[in-house]
Design a protein around this ligand. Sequence first.
Ligand SMILES: *[C@@H]1O[C@H](CO)[C@@H](O)[C@H](O)[C@H]1NC(C)=O
Ligand SMILES: *[C@@H]1O[C@H](CO)[C@@H](O)[C@H](O)[C@H]1NC(C)=O
Ligand SMILES: *[C@@H]1O[C@H](CO)[C@@H](O)[C@H](O)[C@H]1NC(C)=O
Length: 332
Amino acid sequence: MPSLPPLVFLPLLIFIPLLPLESSPHLPAPKDVMVYSYNFRSSLRWSPVKVDRGLVLYTVHFKTGAFNQWDEMNCTRITQTECSFPWSLKERRWTVVLRVRAELGQVTSDWVETDPFVAERNTTIGPPKVNSVTESSDSLLISVTPPFGSEAGDFLQYHVSYWENTTSTTKKAIKTSSTLFKIKSLKEWTLYCFEIQVELMTHSDLHLFGLQSIPECYRTKISEATRAGYIILIFVLVLLFVNLVAVGLFLLWRHHKTIKYWSRPPLEIPSHFEEYLKDPSMPVLEVLDNYAEDDPPDSLSVVFCGEGSQACGSSLDGQAHSRSISSDSEVT
Ligand SMILES: *[C@@H]1O[C@H](CO)[C@@H](O)[C@H](O)[C@H]1NC(C)=O
Ligand SMILES: *[C@@H]1O[C@H](CO)[C@@H](O)[C@H](O)[C@H]1NC(C)=O
Ligand SMILES: *[C@@H]1O[C@H](CO)[C@@H](O)[C@H](O)[C@H]1NC(C)=O
């Protein structure tokens, strides 16, 4: 281009402002243009184009891999920022490319084209719907509905992972193509959680994995054997208890005299006297005499009582107090 003589450019420069507005894209193109596809329901979405004046409209075109020619999609000069795929584009194996542009009066933006979209490769498969769960003592019977209507040639598999609801969880997994299946060999009276994911295998040998379902937890039941065992155990314990009570009552009746004797307060000889009686030569009596002489006057124990001390409650304690105090005074 720089090699061209400047004269050739001159007319171009003059004519540019006079060109029809349609071919001069002054309008910003739509942004965030994406194909959203969930369970094979697909639509094109984009962010709105903001302008100061007027209402921006959008037009969407499509072309398929087979025909490679842009065509209208029943989304011509629409105000919404979404365009659902028509029935004619429901074929999951087709490669579809879409484009969208903004329009304001005669002014249009550039086209924004999507990546090639193949539903059976690009759609997001949701989790299956769990209809019912039937608990028994060693299994969970689960019924599910597939996330989308199957087509001929589709092969759906359910990947079920399950685990015991404890702190140390090791997940186990089973695969099934049936919508009614059992998780077997479970422990009784145990909380189990499971989540399910769909795998779609198409005739073009494509494997498309769906989203995991939200974990659901169910407790297995108690088996009849265990229930019977518990009932027998409780019965035996009750029987044992009744027998013990009966034997106890019988013994009580049989030995009520002895028991009466035992329950009397024991007669004990005070240790001073006991020692004296064993060895009368010991000078225990003198000590006893001293005690008798130095026994504090009654008034002292009265003072203690007056102070509302605990000692006031039992006279024995009071005496012990007064005695220790008197021995203290003896020392000084
Ligand atoms: C657009 O809509 C018309 C009528 O609703 C329908 O006949 C036509 O097939 C649609 N176009 C496409 C591309 O689906
Ligand atoms: C569809 O998937 C292919 C491969 O994963 C990817 O390259 C392409 O961008 C996807 N198409 C769309 C429209 O997202
Ligand atoms: C156990 O179950 C409870 C309630 O169903 C759930 O909130 C929790 O996440 C589960 N724990 C594990 C380790 O799965």
